[in-house]
Design a protein around this ligand. Structure first.
Ligand code: HPA
Length: 276
């Protein structure tokens, strides 16, 4: 079975388990599963039950799609994402995005835990992603283009939807939540970066560093979904003052930031609902 057939089969299965197509898909990053607390759950689909779907192995990642209503908006949450460092291909880690596209979902909200490269960033705050740098050395669109899914050379000039960025900013201000804005750079991981690598990333102009998000956002843009991305800044990735870092610390700080990101999303959903 080729990739297109696999995705279609997985989509048909998920479709058979839900009675309404969500408007928004939300990917929960490492330690950010508390974002799901506000959702009035109608059904859950486990990844292991979806034909051809990968299984998430990263710590802090469950393996289920949660369907329900959040602030009267139909949403699906991906509780557990796939990372390149788990050994999956770019096509495998972005299969959920294709599935969302084929379901007819309009918006993708994506979250992650990230190290702060910007000197002004303190851990524990959200960063609204304005743009990204793909430093993973691979791209999920490599290979024959599937024309029915998108164009061969997709535009990335507004990879993170400017209107959604404005709504997220407005929401943060109304809520009194301190936030940053900046550029996210993705390395493959799973090793954290050396000071020399972090210095390079700063020279490149990045504000935050992580190991995810970029492949999903590329595919979302190819497939015509509008993207809002928010990082949880979990640590200071400052090369000249780098402290040893563990995955556990990242998850612990992300847990604390998750609530703020959830509040911002909730308000953005309100604003989308009002506007529609
Ligand atoms: N580097 C890469 N990924 C991360 C980091 C980091 O410093 N913090 C959280 N995720």
């Amino acid at each position: 079975m080729n990739y297109v057939e696999k995705v279609k089969k997985a989509t048909d299965f998920v479709k058979s388990k839900i009675d309404r197509v969500p408007e928004v898909a939300i990917i929960l990053g490492s330690g950010l599963d508390r974002i799901k607390d506000g959702v009035d759950v109608s059904s859950k689909v486990r990844y292991e039950d979806i034909p051809n779907f990968p299984i998430s192995t990263a710590p802090g990642h469950a393996g289920e799609m949660i369907f329900g209503k959040w602030n009267e908006v139909d949403v699906v949450l991906m509780n557990g994402r796939f990372h390149y460092y788990e050994g999956y291909s770019m096509k495998e880690i972005t299969m959920p995005i294709r599935l969302f596209q084929l379901l007819g979902i309009e918006y993708l909200f994506v979250t992650n835990a990230a190290g702060g490269l910007n000197h002004a960033f303190d851990p524990g705050h959200p960063m609204i992603i304005t743009d990204h740098i793909n430093f993973m050395g691979d791209n999920p669109l490599v290979g024959k283009n599937v024309d029915e899914w998108g164009t061969r050379f997709p535009d990335m000039s507004k990879a993170y939807d400017p209107e959604l960025i404005s709504l997220a900013e407005e929401s943060s201000k109304e809520l009194g939540i301190e936030y940053y804005k900046g550029i996210y750079i993705a390395f493959t991981g799973p090793s954290f970066e050396t000071p020399a690598e972090l210095k390079m990333a700063q020279y490149f102009g990045a504000d935050a560093v992580g190991m995810s998000t970029v492949p999903e956002v590329i595919v979302a843009n190819h497939g015509g979904l509008k993207v809002l991305g928010i990082s949880s800044i979990t640590d200071r990735a400052i090369p000249d003052d780098l402290k040893p870092l563990t995955g556990e610390e990242v998850i612990e700080v992300a847990n604390r930031t998750g609530e703020k990101i959830a509040k911002i999303f909730e308000k953005v959903l309100d604003k989308i609902k009002e506007r529609d």
